[in-house]
Ligand binder design. Structure first.
Ligand code: TYM
Length: 355
C-alpha cells in the first residue's frame, strides 16, 4: 500500500550509519495503552501504522503503556491478557521484533523512576492545563480523579525522554503531551546539564484524528465512543462492516471531502483513502453521482478485507503466549540497557548519592 513515510533524507543517513555502526540510527518511540480488548481504527491509522513504516529508517522502541492504563479504574483480571493482545496486534500489523524493541512499560522500572524526577520539575498549574486530564476527570469530577491521572503526562514525558528519540509517532490528541515533554526536557537541561534532545511529534495530517462513526465531530475513542461509533480491529468483520454501512453521513448525497460541512463523509473518505492508498480526489471522482450506499458498501468491503487476515494473524500469535512473552522479555532487556544509562545520567546530575 502506498504510504507517506518519512523523508528520503533518512535513507542516506541510514546507509552511512549502516556502513559504520547500525545502532547510530536515530530513534523513534511510541506507546499504546492496553485498555481495551482490541485496537480501533483511530489507533491504527492515527499511530501504529506509522510505527510499522518507521521501522525501516529508524531504531524503534514501541511499548504497551500498562502503567498508564491503571490511572483510571481498571479490571486487574483483564490487564495482563489485554497487554498480550496489544503486543500480538502490534506484531500482526507488521512490527518486527528483530528490528523494533517491543516491550511492556512496567517491565522497565526506569519509566516510573524518571517520572518521579520529572514530577519535581512540573508545576501543578502546568499539569492541570492538560486537556486530557480535564476530559478524563470531567465525568467523576476532579476531586475523584487519581493523582496518577493527574501525573500521567509526566510519566509519558519520562517514557519518551528515557530513549532520547528524534520522533514520537502519535495521533493529534497526544500533541499537548509532547509539548510538555519538550518543556520538561528543556527545563532539565537548563536546571542541571544538557541531557536530553528535544523529540518531535510525528503526526500525519491526513489521519491525525479519526472520528467517531456516529458523532463525527468527536474523535473515535476507546473510552468515549459508543460501540457503534468505533471500529475495532479484532471485532467480527461482519459487525465492523455493519458499523461502516450505518455510519452517520448527512442529508446530501454527494461524496465530497469537506470536514466542516460533511464531517461524517470526510471521515469515511479518510479511512478509505488510508486503507487503499487511493487519493481522496480519486475516490470523489469514482463515487461522483453514485450516492452514499455504494460508497459505504465498498468501504465496508475494504475494511473486511483488511481486518480478516489481521484477526487471523493476531489469533495465531495469541495461540503461543510463551513465544509472545519471550519477545516481550527480550524487548524489555534491550529497552533497559538504554533506559538505565539515561536514568544513571539523570540521577548523577540531580545529585543523588551513587548506590
Ligand atoms: P492511546 O492508547 O490512547 O492511543 C494510542 C495511539 O492512538 C492514537 N489515537 C488516535 N489517532 C487518531 N485518531 C483517533 N481517533 C485516535 N485515537 C487514538 C493516539 O494519539 C496514540 O498515538 N498517552 C498515550 C500512550 C502513551 C504514549 C507514551 C504515547 C504513553 N506513553 C509515550 C507516545 C509516547 C495514549 O494514551 O495513547
Amino acid at each position: 500500500m502506498p504510504y507517506p513515510g518519512p523523508a528520503n533524507r533518512f535513507r542516506a543517513g541510514r546507509m552511512l550509519a549502516m556502513s559504520t555502526a547500525p545502532t547510530a540510527l536515530p530513534r523513534v518511540l511510541s506507546g499504546i495503552q492496553p485498555t481495551a480488548d482490541s485496537f480501533h481504527f483511530g489507533n491504527y491509522l492515527g499511530a501504529t501504522r506509522q510505527w510499522v513504516a518507521l521501522q525501516d529508517e529508524f531504531d524503534p522502541f514501541f511499548f504497551i503503556a500498562d502503567l498508564h492504563s491503571i490511572t483510571m479504574s481498571h479490571d486487574p483480571k483483564l490487564l495482563a491478557q489485554r497487554t498480550r493482545v496489544a503486543a500480538a496486534q502490534l506484531l500482526a500489523m507488521g512490527i518486527d521484533p528483530e528490528r523494533s524493541t517491543v516491550f511492556v512499560q512496567s517491565h522497565v522500572p526506569e519509566h516510573a523512576q524518571l517520572a518521579w524526577v520529572f514530577n519535581s520539575l512540573t508545576s501543578f498549574g502546568e499539569a492541570r492545563r492538560m486537556t486530557q486530564f480535564k476530559d478524563k476527570s470531567a465525568k467523576e469530577g476532579e476531586g475523584a480523579a487519581s493523582v496518577a491521572l493527574f501525573a500521567y503526562p509526566i510519566l509519558q514525558a519520562a517514557d519518551i525522554l528515557l530513549y532520547r528519540p528524534q520522533y514520537v509517532p502519535v495521533g493529534e490528541d497526544q500533541r499537548q503531551h509532547l509539548e510538555l515533554t519538550r518543556d520538561l526536557a528543556q527545563r532539565f537541561n537548563h536546571r542541571y546539564k544538557k541531557t536530553f534532545k528535544l523529540p518531535e511529534p510525528y503526526i500525519l495530517k491526513e489521519t491525525a484524528k479519526i472520528s467517531d462513526l456516529q458523532q463525527p465531530e468527536k474523535k473515535m475513542s476507546k473510552s468515549a465512543s459508543s460501540p457503534t461509533g468505533i471500529v475495532e480491529l479484532l471485532d467480527d468483520p461482519k459487525v465492523s462492516a455493519k458499523k461502516i454501512r450505518s455510519a452517520v453521513t448527512d442529508s446530501d448525497t454527494e461524496v465530497r471531502f469537506d470536514e466542516t460541512a460533511k464531517p461524517g463523509v470526510s471521515n469515511l473518505l479518510t479511512i478509505y483513502s488510508a486503507l487503499t492508498g487511493r487519493s481522496i480526489e480519486d475516490l470523489e471522482k469514482a463515487y461522483d453521482g453514485k450516492g452514499y450506499g455504494d460508497f459505504k458498501g465498498d468501504l465496508a468491503d475494504v475494511v473486511v478485507e483488511f481486518v480478516t487476515p489481521f484477526r487471523d494473524r493476531t489469533k495465531a500469535l495469541l495461540d503461543d503466549p510463551a513465544e509472545l512473552d519471550g519477545i516481550l522479555k527480550r524487548g524489555a532487556e534491550r529497552a533497559r540497557e538504554v533506559a538505565a544509562r539515561t536514568l544513571a545520567d539523570v540521577y548523577d546530575r540531580v545529585g543523588f548519592l551513587k548506590a
